[in-house]
Design a protein around this ligand. Structure first.
Ligand code: SF4
Length: 324
C-alpha cells in the first residue's frame, strides 16, 4: 500500500512543461510564441489552478500569475535579483531577521505553485540539510524574538512529520509566543490540510496565525474554503495577503470582489503589497499613484475591516511602509 499522502500525489501531477499547459489551455502557436518554454524559475502549476484558467487566451488573471512569458527575460532599471534585501537579513542559511521581535524561517525551497512575480525566486536556498539546528539555536539564544514566521518556499511543502519536529522545537523556546504560517499551498492543493496537520495545530501550546496568499477571487473554490474553515474551527485566525498586479487585480472591482469573498468566509484581508521589484516582473507593475486610486475607490464599497493595508517593503526599513 502506498504511504505517499494524497496531496503529494496531486502535487506530482502539476504542470511543469510549458507546452503541455499551453496545449491544455488550447493556445494557438502564435500565443505559444509569447511564452518562455525554458524559464530559469520553472513552471509549476497545480491542475486545480490550470482548470480555472480561461482557455484560448493569455489574458486571464490566473494564467498571468503562473505562466512564464518571454517578457520575464527583459531587464529594467530598479528591478533586482533580491529586491527586499533578504540576503542582508540572513542570520543563518535558513533564518532571516528583519523586524524587531520577529524572525522568519526559510523552511523549504518548494512551493505548490510558482508565482512569476515571486520576490524570492532567486533566493539561494540551502537544500542540503532538512533540519534547522543552527536556526533554532539562534532563536533559542535571542530572547527578543517573540514570533517565528514559517515561510519559504511554502512551509506546507514539508511533511507533517518535519513540521511536527520544527513546531515541537519552537514550542520549547519560552520567549517565542506565536508561530505564523505564510502559505499559498491551499490555493492550489487544499488536500494538504490533512487530519494529521490539523491535529498538529490543534495540540499546539502557542498561538498560531495563518496567513494565506491570494490575489483574485477566482482563485478560490468550495474545497479551498472548506480547508480554510477547518483551520478556523481550531480558533486560529486566518488572514490573507495579496500583491497588486497589473492585469490580475488592478481594478477596484477586483479588489472589492476579493475582499468580499474573504470576509464572507471570516478571513481578514491583511496586506495589499506593492509589487517587489524582482528582475523580470516589471510587466506586473502598477504605479503607487494608480494603486492609491484603486484602493480609495475599493474602500467605498467595503467595510473598514475588509480593506487591506496597502504597503511597500523598503529594503532595510524597520517595518513595511504604509502607502496613502
Ligand atoms: S508561493 Fe510564495 S514563495 Fe512560492 S513562488 Fe509563490 S510567492 Fe514565491
Amino acid at each position: 500500500m502506498s504511504t505517499v499522502p494524497l496531496w503529494r500525489e496531486i502535487q506530482r501531477q502539476n504542470f511543469t512543461k510549458v507546452r503541455d499547459l499551453a496545449h491544455f489551455l488550447q493556445l494557438s502557436e502564435s500565443q505559444i510564441q509569447e511564452l518562455d518554454e525554458t524559464p530559469a524559475f520553472v513552471l509549476n502549476v497545480p491542475q486545480r489552478l490550470a482548470k480555472k484558467m480561461q482557455k484560448g487566451t493569455l489574458d486571464d488573471p490566473l494564467f498571468k500569475q503562473f505562466v512564464p512569458l518571454k517578457k520575464e527575460r527583459l531587464e529594467a532599471p530598479g528591478y533586482l535579483l533580491d529586491p527586499v534585501a533578504d540576503m542582508q537579513a540572513k542570520r543563518q542559511a535558513k533564518l532571516l531577521h528583519k523586524y524587531e521581535g520577529r524572525a522568519l524561517v526559510i523552511t523549504t525551497s518548494a512551493c505548490a505553485m510558482h508565482c512569476r512575480y515571486c520576490f524570492r525566486k532567486n533566493f539561494p536556498y540551502e537544500t542540503k540539510t532538512q533540519t534547522f539546528e543552527k536556526e533554532l539555536e539562534i532563536l533559542e539564544n535571542d530572547t527578543t524574538i517573540q514570533e517565528v514566521l514559517l515561510s519559504g518556499g511554502d512551509p506546507l511543502s514539508l511533511s507533517d512529520l518535519s513540521l511536527e519536529a520544527l513546531l515541537t522545537s519552537l514550542s520549547r523556546i519560552r520567549h517565542v509566543k506565536r508561530v505564523r504560517f505564510h502559505t499559498r499551498f491551499i490555493m492550489g492543493i487544499p488536500e494538504r490540510i490533512t487530519d494529521g496537520f490539523l491535529a498538529l495545530l490543534q495540540d499546539y501550546p502557542k498561538q498560531i496565525w495563518f496567513v494565506i496568499h491570494a490575489n483574485a477571487a477566482c482563485e478560490f473554490d468550495a474545497d479551498i474554503w472548506q480547508a480554510l474553515k477547518k483551520i478556523q474551527k481550531l480558533g486560529i485566525p486566518v488572514l490573507c495577503q495579496s500583491v497588486l498586479l497589473k492585469g490580475v487585480n488592478d481594478h477596484p472591482d477586483a479588489l472589492v470582489e476579493l475582499s468580499s469573498v474573504l470576509i464572507d468566509h471570516g478571513i481578514t484581508p491583511y496586506y495589499l503589497h506593492q509589487l517587489d521589484p524582482v528582475q523580470g516582473s516589471q510587466h506586473f507593475e502598477v504605479s503607487e499613484n494608480e494603486g492609491l486610486k484603486i484602493i480609495a475607490e475599493a474602500q467605498k464599497n467595503l467595510p473598514g475591516y475588509g480593506v487591506p493595508k496597502y504597503v511597500r517593503e523598503d529594503a532595510g526599513e524597520p517595518s513595511k511602509t504604509i502607502l496613502g
